[in-house]
Design a protein around this ligand. Sequence first.
Ligand SMILES: Nc1ncnc2c1ncn2[C@@H]1O[C@H](COP(=O)(O)OP(=O)(O)OP(=O)(O)O)[C@@H](O)[C@H]1O
Length: 221
Amino acid sequence: MTEFLQITDVTKAHGTLEVLRGVSLALDRGEALALTGESGSGKSTLMHLAAALDAPDSGEIRIGGQSLGALDDAGRAAVRRGRIGLVFQQFNLVPSLTVAQNIAFQARLAGRHDPRLCAELVGRLGLSGLEARYPEALSGGQQQRVAIARALAHRPELILADEPTGNLDEATGDAVLALLLELVAETGAALMMVTHSTRLAARLGRRLHLSRGRLGAPDAA
Ligand SMILES: Nc1ncnc2c1ncn2[C@@H]1O[C@H](COP(=O)(O)OP(=O)(O)OP(=O)(O)O)[C@@H](O)[C@H]1O
């Protein structure tokens, strides 16, 4: 069987620093994986590679059976736009677009804008009444929830979320994670989520820990 995301023996250095030293993982649709690891262990680096935002030094990454290394920039951008939902620590909301327009942005680019789904995400993420605001008039936690809605609005097959609840209080963070997991279950997407919280990691079906450039079981850390 071919898993939706396949990372095989990937290495990546930043300058002389070897960050990933032979990382392999496979993640199938409907699975939710928590990625933990100390600060600087390379979690964000791995997420950027899985998002086709950066290329590994060696090894292979396949998304939906397609090797990212075999694609040109335009091909990788198309995979990112059409198949992946990204929630990164920098929210990257478009300042000149309203909340509603930001949420619909990627779905429109992918040709899959669904006003009913956007409205549902607004409601479920507690953003009702904020649709016409611009990002500068939102709190950090509200911006984070807009970024999450935007990442889900085009029904991605793979959701890559780097500390998606990092700016939220515990109750809101728990509710947002519950929503992410519900959407994964409903849509059959695959979720890879970075978190520093073992409490949140415990709520995902699978957990892996990054240490000294390699992946292992969390309790092996
Ligand atoms: N563009 C870059 N150039 C040089 N070094 C980098 C670059 N990006 C990351 N690094 C270094 O690579 C290592 C891994 O960084 P990364 O951001 O992947 O870690 P992380 O596990 O996500 O950390 P955190 O939990 O603090 O976000 C760190 O030592 C970092 O300083």
